[in-house]
Design a protein around this ligand. Structure first.
Ligand code: GUN
Length: 284
């Protein structure tokens, strides 16, 4: 059996069209959702990412501002900018692009963002809201994975989901989101003794490690759903995920490609969260 592809570009396109529609409805009520993106320094990858975020806002009709600062910006000055954006009524979402220069404490900056504007979902208040199932913002990459899983029409309730990776931004929130969807969840990581013993039992595998060929065909239960969050380069320099796509697609029931799977979802969920933030503020 060859797995069905989960088309991240198609799911993202559909969601962005819904965001554009809801944005128009909110604008008709006099509120334009606004995202502030703050970039400190010249990291080339970060420059590409923030460009995509701003462009996606424009395409969906959201207001966005990109604030760029020299790598020498002090932590105090960055905290002052965040405080000003917290008070700015035209801004509903604040994203400080990571990584930050080493002299700035990134966690301190994230905690300075008003939780109501934390559209990245990185604030401890957002993490706590996810853990307790109370309203907050879900971090964009794992939230995008949930949308991809939902796009298959497969019910997560009662399924065994194995998450490979325990990062604060992907692995841990992914596990909590799957738990909220009533899956039975196992978290595996670099110290897991026998990874394959777990993944072979999984109805759903989410690979978020950052190492290619972490999941190979012999580790996958026939028909399983495989979500690949990895973004790596192979020996030819081509983008690849954490999953051996060619092998695993012959065993799995559903699989996300890299590129064109999880990738387009992260920015999409940022738009969803920013719109949601604006809708919540408009209701108050
Ligand atoms: N750097 C790489 N990905 C992200 C992200 O999703 N949010 C922020 N703030 N920084 C990042």
């Amino acid at each position: 059996m060859t797995a069905q592809l989960i088309d991240g570009n198609a799911v993202a396109k559909q969601l962005r069209a819904e965001v554009a529609e809801r944005t128009q409805a909110l604008k008709a009520r006099g509120v334009t959702p606004g995202l502030a993106v703050v970039l400190v320094g010249e990291d080339p990858a970060s420059q590409v990412y923030v460009g995509k975020k701003v462009e996606a806002c424009q395409q969906a009709g959201l207001h966005s501002v990109l604030e760029r600062y020299d790598a020498s910006l002090s932590e105090a000055d960055l905290l002052a900018r965040v405080a000003a954006l917290n008070e700015d009524p035209s801004i509903h979402g604040i994203l400080v692009q990571l990584p930050l220069p080493r002299h700035i404490d990134a966690q301190k900056v994230i905690e300075a963002i008003a939780p109501a504007k934390d559209v990245d979902g990185f604030h401890v208040a957002s993490a706590g809201a996810l853990m307790t199932g109370t309203p907050g913002f879900w971090s964009c990459t794992p939230y995008g994975c949930i949308k991809l899983l939902e796009s298959t029409g497969i019910e997560l309730k009662g399924k065994h989901a194995v998450v490979i990776g325990r990062s604060n931004n992907v692995g841990k929130p992914m596990a909590l989101m799957l738990l909220q969807k009533n899956a039975t969840v196992t978290i595996c990581h670099s110290a897991t003794a026998d990874l394959a013993a777990f993944t072979r039992q999984a109805d759903v595998v989410v690979a978020a490690v950052g190492r290619r060929n972490t999941l190979t065909a012999d580790m996958v239960k026939p028909g399983a759903v495989v979500i690949d969050v990895g973004m790596n380069r192979n020996d030819e320099g081509k983008l690849c995920g954490d999953v051996d796509f060619a092998g695993v697609r012959e065993v799995a029931g559903w699989i996300t490609p890299v590129p064109g799977g999880v990738g387009p979802m992260t920015v999409t969920m940022l738009l969803v969260n920013t719109l949601e933030a604006a809708e919540r503020m408009a209701q108050r």
